[in-house]
Design a protein around this ligand. Structure first.
Ligand code: SAM
Length: 291
């Protein structure tokens, strides 16, 4: 079972765990980039996101690909969204959508800088690459794992073991960027026809207000929300991913789980810095296990 509040993540999960290999072939994926003759297309991204995240030619490809994907059967749709989302993310500086920094990409001229090469790969090449990767990873047969698109505190699913990986706050950076700020554009693409009334034109990155949520996203309420979540699943084994650079610290999180699970231990999974972020060099990933 999988649960996430953002539909685009649930769609990625569906493609990865429920769809069999070659649900979408490389040829089928590449065809999604071309308009179907005789069909009328809308150009919502082209018309509302000039010079924000992608070039004009790329915006047009995104408009066409999304509308072609909407016509596919459900499992193929999930695979195609997966491929589109990976391609959209890899073309973005820092893989995110919280800033309108297309210029960082287009003004960067050094051919030696690896990201420049990645950013400028064509959607066609990226679609081939990510479809191939997906087909290598997927199971041989379709599966029917439950995918749920709920706030974690409303999710009714129960399991023997519950793996929790909430958003993190950084100890060092007091910013308030939420998951929604970072990935709103992909959530918007899942709701293509609803994008225009949801665009926040007061924000320079034209954030799309679909799927916003404050739960687990505010320092002041995080611990209470985490405790509520642990309480809901107190009869299950709890496995929670965390980081030594997170706020609150690992010991505080461990103590909350220990209130409900007498045998609670922290396992270090070693250093795990984020790419492009040297300040995180000492960051260790931990797994807190409550039994
Ligand atoms: C640190 S990420 C988890 C990443 C995931 N474990 C993986 O490896 O891809 C946190 C996830 O929590 C989701 N999320 C944020 N608030 C949530 C909420 N209230 N209920 C359910 N999911 C939420 C975000 O959409 C995001 O996918």
């Amino acid at each position: 079972m999988y649960n996430d509040i953002l539909l685009f993540n649930c769609t990625i999960a569906h493609a990865l765990i429920n769809c069999h290999k070659n649900t979408l072939t490389e040829e089928e994926a590449v065809r999604l980039l071309e308009p179907i003759p005789g069909r009328d297309y809308r150009y919502i991204i082209s018309e509302n996101y000039q010079n924000i995240y992608y070039t004009a030619a790329e915006n047009e490809i995104i408009d066409i690909a999304v509308q072609n994907i909407q016509n596919l059967p459900l499992n193929q749709q999930a695979c195609a969204y997966y491929v589109l989302f990976q391609s959209c993310m890899i073309k973005r500086p820092f893989n995110l959508f919280h800033r309108n920094n297309l210029n960082l990409r287009t003004n960067f001229t050094s051919a030696k800088f690896g990201n420049k090469v990645t950013w400028e790969q064509s959607f066609k090449d990226l679609f081939v690459k990510f479809t191939r990767e997906l087909n290598e990873f997927q199971p041989d047969e379709d599966c029917n794992y439950t995918i749920s698109n709920q706030s974690a505190l409303n999710c009714q699913l129960r399991a023997d073991l519950v793996y929790i990986d909430t958003p993190y706050f950084s100890k060092a950076n007091k910013g308030t960027i939420t998951y929604h700020n970072r990935y709103h554009f992909l959530e918007g693409l899942m709701h293509y026809g609803d994008i225009i009334p949801a665009i926040n034109f007061n924000k320079v990155n034209r954030e799309i207000n679909i799927g916003c949520n404050r739960e687990f996203e505010q320092r002041g309420t995080y611990l209470d929300e985490l405790e509520s979540l642990i309480r809901i699943h107190q009869d299950s084994i709890i496995a929670l991913s965390y980081t030594t650079e997170g706020y609150p610290d690992v010991e505080t999180i461990r103590n909350i789980i220990a209130r409900y699970k007498p045998n609670t231990q922290v396992y270090s999974l070693g250093k795990h810095s984020f790419a492009l972020n040297r300040h995180n060099a000492e960051r260790c990933e931990v797994l807190i296990l409550g039994r």
